[in-house]
Design a binder for this molecule. Sequence first.
Ligand code: FAD
Length: 644
Amino acid sequence: MPVVDRQEWDVVVVGAGGAGLRAAVEARERGARTAVICKSLFGKAHTVMAEGGIAAAMGNVNAGDNWQVHFRDTMRGGKFLNQWRMAELHAQEAPQRVWELETWGALFDRTKDGRISQRNFGGHEYPRLAHVGDRTGLELIRTLQQKIVALQQEDFRETGDYESRLKVFQECTVTRVLKDGDQVSGVFGYERESGRFFVLEAPAVVIATGGIGKSFKVTSNSWEYTGDGHALALLAGAPLLNMEFVQFHPTGMVWPPSVKGILVTESVRGDGGVLRNSEGKRFMFDYIPDVFKEKYAESEEEGDRWYDDPDHNRRPPELLPRDEVARAINAEVKAGRGSPHGGVFLDVSTRMPAEVIKRRLPSMYHQFKELADVDITAEPMEVGPTCHYVMGGIAVDSDSAAARGVPGLFAAGEVAGGMHGSNRLGGNSLSDLLVFGRRAGWHAAEYASGAGAARPRVDDAQVDSAAAEALRPFSAESEEPDDGPPENPYTLHQELQQTMNDLVGIIRREHEMERALEKLAELRARARRAGVEGHRQFNPGWHLALDLRNMLLVSECVARAALERTESRGGHTREDHAAMDRAWRNVNLLCALADPADGLTDGDPVRGRIALTRETTEPIRPDLLALFEKEELVKYLAEEELYE
Ligand code: FAD
């Protein structure tokens, strides 16, 4: 077996985006020796791409805002399927987390009287997103990175070693969570540059690996989003929650083809941008669903007045939650009223002076100028839906971020499920990362210190089998000679992306999802023969061959859960079950490995690997329900809940 380097830590954090870095800071500050691992360079995580801002009810721009209103908006956005305790903690703690970032060196845009400025976003009743132009994620990561370096300098002064208590392993990929019995004992991974294997032994592991978008063809997500953390948790025995809920952001670029899917931030609409079809009509007024009718403007005039006088007018329907806007755009294109390249028009040029557009939306201005040769100060953008975010994820305890069923495993950020229900509101991810990243780091450190002298032991057999699994693409031909020639991982990836896009995409149909599951079974079998040439030193084909396992597992979860949920809710739209069904309001779908022994092997490729179970959600606490009007609850809650 190949050489495997080993080190001991108290807490290992897999992922160095907003959630991972916040978890690492917390774990280290609570005394745990903490290692952070990331696939890309330190500071390059997907969080950097976040544009619009961090949602936090600070009430700086409208004093009417508070955590209760934020909680309400989040639950409405998620169509009441949110893990309500997470939504409560999130709304309560987000303002503190934003302030804390400023004390660590972040500098947000200001109001005229010097407070942190907040902008409008879809589904948020008040201007709520703290922002730095349209480059908020960059500031967030820069600040957390700076905080990590400050802690390392503190450690150097005490121990003479910068990395004695907090170390970042960059460009390293974790492929397995290791276990001692049912408990976590560490992680197995490889260095991307050298291909060397390593094990970090630790009683507590925080998974903070982000999303799954690279399983879909048109996506706003970066190359890192291959669902690794979701798969790591599944293989370790932790269930995934409500994986059918994938968010298709309404506004991605549609042209030119090479940039299809790249995000056009919601700030464009928050700052006054409007959507028009090929006939020049502001079509969103035709798509306000009944549950939102009282809260949105009836006419363009009212919607436009709202920007200056939000207390006496209702917001324009361009600011409905993302699922509603994405479906409306889809319907307009299908009805033949789309733009030349299959989207609709998003216009700021007629709404704001050019210098204001350049100041408030600098990245968008450059993005369109450089990638599409479109000057957004003079002409409209063409936009259409793009796979953006996964609401489903590792099932966690709301307070501690502990993953269900695997002691020592924690999860935070996009990889964790529950917080956003069936649909996430814009801006609620960055705040989620900070609130639950901190909680995961805190509880992981506490758990690790409780482990004391009885640290779990790493099982050598598991390390050997993880190494053998990782090396298999180099011997694909010789291992399965009867099954056919080796497969090219890039071809398999393209077929997977096309399948998910076409058959489990924004509008779903039963027979298409069944076809998707058949195709996934075929791809799983072929992926066992995914072969690569060359050696382990920086070999992107090999990396992709390993990522395929994760994307296939996660895609099966999405397709199975989407087939099972026979209603439309949030990010899950069924053409054959077009309405939201109150009977599904209190039903969670959990995905687990069908055969737990598959966690250690890679199972039978053809038989589906995922088993689904239904569970009833915990009843929403009465004082939180009291924040809503009864008439509104009647639209959402299941019959028996109303009765109670
Ligand atoms: P990430 O930031 O993606 O970090 C994941 C980390 O895990 C990375 O370091 C990666 O290298 C590492 N990793 C992954 N797999 C492995 C592995 N196997 N081994 C080791 N490391 C691994 N949300 C908002 O709230 N507001 C916004 O304005 C906003 N704008 C957005 C704009 C764009 C273009 C996009 C795509 C998303 C936006 N979002 C926004 C969503 C938000 O950015 C993400 O949901 C969030 O950043 C996820 O953070 P995270 O910490 O969970 O994961």
